[in-house]
Ligand binder design. Structure first.
Ligand code: 6CS
Length: 317
């Protein structure tokens, strides 16, 4: 049996490393019966083509992140800024705690679109790139910054004072090179592997959000799996929680070195006070999220916020 797995990123990326390890573990656990075939970004068309194909069952598994907002509006929750903690490992654990990962509202939101959420995968901080240093919302004034295709991100960057622009992942390099875009938002590894850093002058670290993808399956397919295969998947995604945290921190660190060795790009790290100005502007966007997705999505957002607060105060979650 072959399970097709659509990736939103190219070979060498965090999603690819996750996919390779998932494939290896599933192959081992099934004694070679199941082969997972990876389709890196580009092979199945654009981003929304990947989601269409997993919804239709042409492939069984896929990652979905920012562009998934059109398919599963509630997934825009993962685009909210300043909701998670500053501790990446803790964030990965909170998101994959069964209390959140298997939350009935999350499962229902995906399920309604014939999708089964399996794991939530943070891939590192979302880092801004621009041709000038951005330290304050005023610096964003008039800047055409590329955001993934979802309304929540457009609202967020409008609140920051920028002019959010949507463009397909594979078109960003030329978009920046031709000056259609002034800025971009990606985890460090992506700024490097897609060559984006070569056409930008500044990388700005505001630690406003993690890049988060949902690992998901076609629901009909998933429901039809044997208990043995479901358990195999469950065991594997649990094993991959610490694994992918290590992968993303290693890749993001190594790739930053490659970027600084190969370019004169300047690194800007916002101070806590500078971050606060953006945090304040991001809070009302939570209400926008609730208006957009209705009660179920709002409950899910509040569940996440509560988990974060409990984890920060050291309580049991
Ligand atoms: O910006 C994007 O569209 C893409 N960036 C990454 C790092 N992963 C997938 C996503 O679609």
């Amino acid at each position: 049996t072959t399970w097709g797995f659509g990736l939103e990123e190219i070979e060498g990326s965090v999603q690819y490393e996750y996919g390779e390890k998932f494939a290896e573990l599933i192959n081992e656990k099934s004694d070679g019966e199941i082969e997972v075939k990876l389709y890196p970004y580009g092979q199945l068309g654009g981003l929304t083509d990947i989601y269409d194909q997993v919804q239709e069952g042409a492939i069984q598994l896929a990652f979905g992140s920012g562009f998934l907002g059109g398919t599963v509006p509630e997934s825009q929750l993962f685009s909210l800024n300043f909701v998670l903690t500053d501790d990446e490992k803790l964030n990965t654990e909170i998101l994959n705690d069964p209390a959140f990962r298997k939350h009935e509202d999350l499962v229902a939101a995906f399920g309604e679109r014939n999708l089964q959420p399996l794991a939530i995968v943070p891939e590192g901080w979302q880092v801004w790139s621009a041709n000038k240093a951005v330290r304050t919302p005023e610096d964003f004034d008039g800047m055409a910054i590329r955001v993934m295709d979802n309304r929540l991100l457009r609202e967020t960057y409008s609140a920051y004072g920028a002019e959010p622009t949507t463009m397909e992942y594979g078109e960003l390099f030329s978009g920046m090179q031709l000056g259609q875009l002034d800025g971009n938002i990606q985890p460090v590894f992506a700024h490097q592997e897609m060559d984006f850093y070569q056409v930008q002058d500044y990388l700005i670290f505001a630690n406003q959000a993690q890049f988060i993808a949902t690992f998901m399956g076609n629901k009909e397919w998933y429901d039809g799996l044997s208990d043995e295969h479901k358990d195999m998947i469950e065991e594997t995604v649990v094993e991959l929680v610490p694994y992918v945290h290590d992968v993303q921190t290693r890749l993001n660190t190594e790739r930053l070195d490659i970027i600084t060795e190969n370019s004169d790009i300047e690194l800007v790290y916002l101070t806590p006070e500078e971050r606060d100005a953006f945090r304040e502007l991001s809070i009302p966007v939570r209400d926008t999220f609730a208006e957009m997705v209705g009660e179920r999505g709002e409950r899910l957002m509040n569940a996440l916020i509560e988990q974060v607060e409990a984890a920060q105060s050291g309580d049991e979650t």
